[in-house]
Design a protein around this ligand. Structure first.
Ligand SMILES: [Zn+2]
Length: 165
């Protein structure tokens, strides 16, 4: 246990010298170190040694990208995954995090499905070249465009995606 904290501190001091790199806040980093320290006890088959530093760094980058909360959840899931006898490699964690984010997006789409405003044709409107509504009596060429309801919904989905990655 003490060794883990020592390595973590070493990692931290090494990183301080490279301010350009992505880093968690001190408070969040402490939480991550504590989590990994607790987890070490759950993987008695593995001698960590120097590889811990690399693992921690990988976990930290993922925590910055996906959020510490998600990293914590995925690590806990892996803890009870059958056959998982070793500390999860950051790439394995990254895969699980990607899966988690895409599940969240699927769930979002399920809860916020696109609903037509009722005046358009399933999100499409027919316009004249100048953007005014096309009239069937006119002989103008018609253009199909996205209705505002469709544009707004797409924007909502885009913002959700942006906020979650
Ligand atoms: Zn509409």
């Amino acid at each position: 246990m003490e060794k883990l904290v020592e390595v973590a501190q070493m990692t931290e001091s090494a990183l301080t010298k490279k301010p350009s790199e992505e880093r968690l806040s001190d408070a969040e980093y402490s939480i991550l170190v504590e989590l990994v320290t607790q987890m070490a006890a759950a993987y008695p088959h593995q001698e960590l040694g120097e590889s811990l530093e690399i693992l921690l760094r990988g976990y930290e980058i993922l925590a910055i990208r996906y959020g510490l909360c998600r990293v914590k959840n995925v690590l806990q899931q892996l803890l009870v995954t059958p056959g998982q006898k070793f500390f999860p490699h950051p790439s394995q964690l990254a895969e699980a995090l990607q899966q988690m984010v895409s599940n969240e997006y699927r769930q979002f789409l399920k809860e916020n499905p696109y609903v037509s405003c009722g005046t358009c044709d399933g999100g499409s409107v027919i316009l004249n070249r100048d953007g005014t509504p096309w009239d069937h009596r006119s002989r103008e060429q018609r253009y199909v465009a996205d209705c505002v309801c469709r544009i707004k919904w797409r924007e909502l989905a885009r913002r959700f995606k942006e906020a979650s990655s």
